[in-house]
Write a protein that binds this ligand. Structure first.
Ligand code: ZN
Length: 350
C-alpha cells in the first residue's frame, strides 16, 4: 500500500491510499485550488447529569452539505472545471478530515473515507482487492488516530442509504475518534468484567463458542471469521462478524484474517441487498467496527467485531426508534433472530 498525505486549502488533512507501492506507482501531488476559509468548528462535550454519558454539541453542522445534485458531488474526484474535496482527478481510497465534524480539536476527530471514485457504486460492488485497501486504510487510521492526545476510541463505520440519513450519495464511510469511551462500549466493558468475575472466562470467547455450538443463528463461517445474528438482536436484520481468534482491535488482527476479510464482508453486504427480494431498492444499513478503547486496562479482554444491521424490517417498511427504543432504550424486534439468520443463509451467493 502507498500512502500520500497532503493538506486541503483550509488546512484539513487528506490521505490517498493506493494499492500499489512500486517505483512507477501513481503520484498524488494535485493541489486543492479552492478558495476555502479555514474551518471554524466549535464542538463542545457535555455530560448528561442523570445518565452520565457524553453529548457532543456541534452547532456548526447545521450548514453542512445536504443531498447535492450528482454533478456537484464533493466526493467525486476534481475535474478541470469542477473542484471537489478530492484535488486529484482520480483516486482509489481517500480519507480526509470532515469539514463539518461532530467532534473536532480537543473533542476528538471525524474523518470521511471514500471507497471508490465511482459515484454510483456501493461497497458491495467493490472488488476484493479494493475492499482490502479499505481495510488497510481503517487499520492505518486506527493507528494514527490512537496517537492523537484527545482520542480514546476509534470507530470506522458506514451509513448506507438515505433512510439512514446519509446526506451524500457517493459511497463513503466515516471514522470517529472519540475523546471518551462510548456508552455502548462502556456497557460491553461492564458486562465483560461481570462475566469474568462470575465465570472466570472471556465473554466474547463464550458468545462465539455458544453461537457456533447452537448453530441456528450462524449466517456464514470461514477459516478466520464467523458471522451470526445475535441471540437478542436489537434490529430486524443484524449480523455480528467475529474473527475466530479474538483480538482487541484492527491493529492486532492477523494477516490471515485480514486477507480473508474482503471475501466474507462483501458476501455479507451482497446478501443484505437480497434480503427483501430483487425488486427492492438497496438495503439501507449501518456497519461499524467495535474496537477496544485505548488506555483501558480491560482492553486486552475486548473482542474486535463488526456489527452490521438494517433498519428495514420488511419490503417498504422501516423500523423506527419510537417510544420504547428512543424514550427508554428498550428495543422491541419484530423479526425472530433465527428467522433472520435463515433468510441470510437462503440468499447466499451460489
Ligand atoms: Zn460522487
Amino acid at each position: 500500500m502507498k500512502k500520500t498525505t497532503t493538506r486541503l486549502a483550509d488546512g484539513r488533512e487528506l490521505i490517498y491510499y493506493d494499492a500499489e507501492d512500486t517505483a512507477d506507482a501513481v503520484v498524488r501531488d494535485a493541489v486543492d485550488r479552492r478558495p476555502l476559509e479555514p474551518v471554524a468548528t466549535h464542538s463542545e462535550l457535555r455530560q448528561d447529569r442523570l445518565l452520565g454519558d457524553t453529548v457532543a454539541i456541534a452547532s456548526h453542522r447545521q450548514g453542512r452539505t445536504y443531498h447535492p445534485p450528482a454533478d456537484e458531488c464533493p466526493l467525486c474526484p476534481s475535474t478541470q472545471d469542477r473542484l471537489s474535496e478530492i484535488p486529484d482527478t482520480d483516486y482509489e481510497v481517500v480519507v480526509f478530515e470532515n469539514r463539518f465534524p461532530s467532534l473536532a480539536g480537543d473533542a476528538g476527530r471525524c474523518e470521511v473515507v471514500c471507497f471508490t471514485s465511482d459515484h454510483d457504486a456501493s461497497f458491495a460492488d467493490l472488488t476484493e482487492a479494493r475492499a482490502r485497501l479499505v481495510l488497510d486504510a481503517w487499520i492505518d487510521r486506527t493507528r494514527e488516530l490512537s496517537q492523537l492526545p484527545g482520542v480514546v476510541q476509534v470507530f470506522p463505520f458506514e451509513n448506507r442509504g438515505k433512510e439512514i440519513g446519509v446526506t451524500l450519495g457517493h459511497p463513503h464511510g466515516q471514522i470517529y475518534g472519540y475523546p471518551f469511551v462510548t456508552p455502548r462500549t462502556s456497557l460491553m466493558l461492564r458486562t465483560l468484567a461481570e462475566h469474568r468475575e462470575r465465570t472466570g472466562r472471556n465473554l466474547f470467547d463464550d458468545v462465539l463458542a455458544d453461537e457456533i455450538a447452537d448453530g441456528r443463528r450462524i449466517v456464514l463461517s470461514s477459516e478466520h471469521w464467523t458471522a451470526f445474528v445475535p441471540h437478542a438482536a436489537h434490529w430486524p436484520y443484524e449480523v455480528h462478524l467475529f474473527p475466530n481468534r479474538r483480538v482487541p482491535d484492527l491493529l492486532a488482527l492477523g494477516e490471515d484474517a485480514r486477507a480473508e476479510f474482503p471475501r466474507v464482508y462483501l458476501e455479507l453486504l451482497r446478501r443484505f441487498d437480497r434480503i427483501f427480494g430483487p425488486d427492492q431498492p438497496p438495503t439501507p444499513y449501518i456497519s461499524g467496527w467495535h474496537q477496544a478503547p485505548f488506555g483501558e486496562p480491560a482492553r486486552r479482554d475486548f473482542g474486535l467485531h463488526l456489527e452490521l444491521f438494517t433498519i428495514r424490517r420488511t419490503s417498504g417498511k422501516l423500523k423506527y426508534l419510537a417510544g420504547s427504543e428512543s424514550g427508554m432504550g428498550a428495543f422491541i424486534n419484530d423479526v425472530p433472530p433465527e428467522a433472520a439468520a435463515l433468510r441470510l443463509r437462503e440468499v447466499a451467493s451460489q
